[in-house]
Design a protein around this ligand. Structure first.
Ligand code: 3PG
Length: 305
């Protein structure tokens, strides 16, 4: 049985070592394709593997087609918008993610980004504190919930909106739940995005929502660039010189935001899950899920049901 780790953005060495240990202990062979620059390298590498571990690497219909022996693909991370689920299902391939495994790293980055923006991207000038400010968390999943806990510890007031999480559960955790998403934006100094990129959410964050934010409002995006309506947001930031946007995923149209100086920041390469701890948690979980699938038929984290 061959297991391939295909990561354009490699895992920390400790994570690869841990994955190797799990895979080899099960009697399987581990193959490694890191920092590939051409998709053909990925097509070649998947040709004879039974299992595949990826990060944000795109597992397209072409990749699936090139992987004639593939039975399982695990996205070591939360968002699985990089997997072509239809192609997996059509080829009897189980697709999984590793929910919760890298959430703390992303939540810490979201808080760090709030501080960075509150302090004028560390450029000279008087900044502000987070204490006493209100943060609105859009989607109260694994990451959103951790952001809520950390924000509370900093003395922030936490609001959250998530149509998929019962209101009482959020309220029991000390979070204020507005009736609508619009109300979340109207009332919060910071908005922290934790929604997946899908047909419902793509380009959903634009003028109608961000335009409602109070003076000095700041949007923190550690989710996906696709959820932002970039043209509308850039236009709004031109009209309202108080608004700020900080993103862990460089915008598709970087040029739109280039003149906003202290009001805009994008990491050069996605940093959210880039900690040794997150790499180890997500990587080892992926390896364990693959072994459990082959040994026990365990499909607990399957996302293409
Ligand atoms: C996720 O969905 O888990 C994060 O976006 C992490 O992505 P990465 O593995 O490419 O860093």
């Amino acid at each position: 049985m061959k297991v391939l780790i295909a990561t354009e953005k490699p895992f920390a060495k400790a994570a690869v070592d841990g994955i190797r240990e799990i895979v080899e202990k099960a009697g399987y062979e581990l193959c490694l394709l890191e920092k590939y620059t051409d998709v053909q390298q990925l097509y070649d590498a998947v040709a004879d593997v039974d299992a595949l571990i990826v990060r944000s690497d795109k597992v397209t219909a072409e990749v699936i087609d090139a992987a004639k022996n593939l039975k399982i693909v695990v996205r070591a991370g939360a968002g699985f918008d990089n997997l072509n689920l239809e192609a997996c299902t059509a080829n009897n391939i189980v697709a999984m993610n590793t929910p919760g495994q890298n959430s703390n790293a992303v939540a810490e980055l979201a808080i760090g980004m709030m501080i960075y923006m509150a302090r004028n991207t560390f450029k000279p000038g008087t900044g502000a504190e987070l204490k006493g400010k209100r943060v609105g968390i859009q989607a109260y999943g694994n990451v959103g919930r951790l952001v809520a806990q950390k924000a509370k510890a900093l003395g922030m007031e936490v609001w959250a909106f998530d149509p998929f999480v019962p209101k009482d559960k959020m309220e029991a955790e000390g979070v204020t739940v507005p009736a609508t998403l619009e109300e979340l934006y109207s009332n919060c100094n910071y908005i922290s995005l934790h929604i997946p990129a899908n047909d419902q959410t793509k380009k959903s964050i634009g003028k109608n929502l961000v335009g409602r934010m109070p003076k000095g409002g700041c949007v923190i995006n550690t989710a996906r660039k696709e959820v932002i309506n970039e043209e509308e947001l850039a236009q709004l930031m031109t009209e309202r010189e108080d608004l700020k946007y900080c993103t862990d995923i460089a915008p598709v149209e970087m040029g739109l935001f280039e003149n906003f100086e202290k009001r805009f920041f994008a990491t050069p390469k996605k940093q959210g899950a880039e900690t040794a701890e997150a790499n180890i948690n997500a990587g080892l979980a992926a390896a364990r899920q693959i072994v459990n699938f082959f040994v026990n038929g365990d499909k607990k984290f399957q996302v293409n049901k």
